[in-house]
Design a protein around this ligand. Structure first.
Ligand code: ZN
Length: 213
């Protein structure tokens, strides 16, 4: 429970505070916030001013239930990030979503020892757990939209940097990378993807709304 080397960018954290991220990304952000003191502190700041931008959010194209979710947060719904980390690999929000820790996951084999479990899918937006054996490469890939990866166990490196437990990597359509799990420990990641182009469009507008205050 320390500050991680790679924390979440402010615009995505603001989107989360506003209740405006796709549901798949909420789970990744909540899990990251559980593991990263820096992200938790920044989130507290954004949530403190969040209520003031509700009216402005009407003009922004966001997920259908985002306003309700934001209202619920402001009404005092306990935030997921405040729940204590118990033990094991998964932070509390992820344990809740899965109904247990890594041993409770219904993994599906991908070949070469790699496994995945899709936790939620909504159109082209999804969040899944990825299990990569130590020392093994994930397939090289580019991104049609935004991909957010949170490391839960082990570590991996790609062309840009090294990512260990609690670290988050955000890749967009400009990025093409080949993540490789480090030797010595299998790597488990939580990955949210959104291939829809509009994801890039409305998020900066939400950030701008916040920054104007
Ligand atoms: Zn990727």
């Amino acid at each position: 429970m320390t500050a991680t080397r790679h924390s979440i960018p402010d615009d995505l954290l603001i989107g989360y505070a506003a209740g405006a991220l796709p549901q798949a990304f909420d789970l990744v952000v909540a899990s990251h916030v559980s593991l990263c003191d820096d992200a938790r502190a920044r989130l507290a700041t954004y949530e403190a001013v969040g209520g003031a931008v509700i009216d402005d959010l009407d003009a922004v194209e966001v997920a259908e239930d985002s306003l309700d979710r934001t209202m619920a947060k402001i009404a005092g719904m306990p935030p997921a990030e405040a729940k204590p980390f118990v033990h094991g690999v998964f932070p509390a929000p992820l344990r809740e979503a899965v109904g247990g820790d890594a041993d409770a996951v219904q993994w599906r084999a991908l070949g070469m020892g790699a496994k995945q479990a899709v936790l939620h899918q909504d159109g082209e937006t999804s969040v899944r757990l990825l299990y990569i054996p130590a020392g093994q490469a994930m397939p090289a890939h580019s991104h049609r939209g935004t991909e957010m990866t949170l490391v839960l166990k082990g570590a991996y490196s790609d062309e840009s940097d090294r990512f260990a437990r609690g670290d988050i990597e955000v890749a967009d359509s400009d990025m093409h990378h080949t993540p490789v799990a480090e030797p010595g420990e299998d790597c488990i990641c939580l990955v949210a993807t959104d291939a829809r182009l509009r994801f890039d469009g409305w998020l900066p507008r939400i950030a701008q709304t916040f920054l104007r205050i």
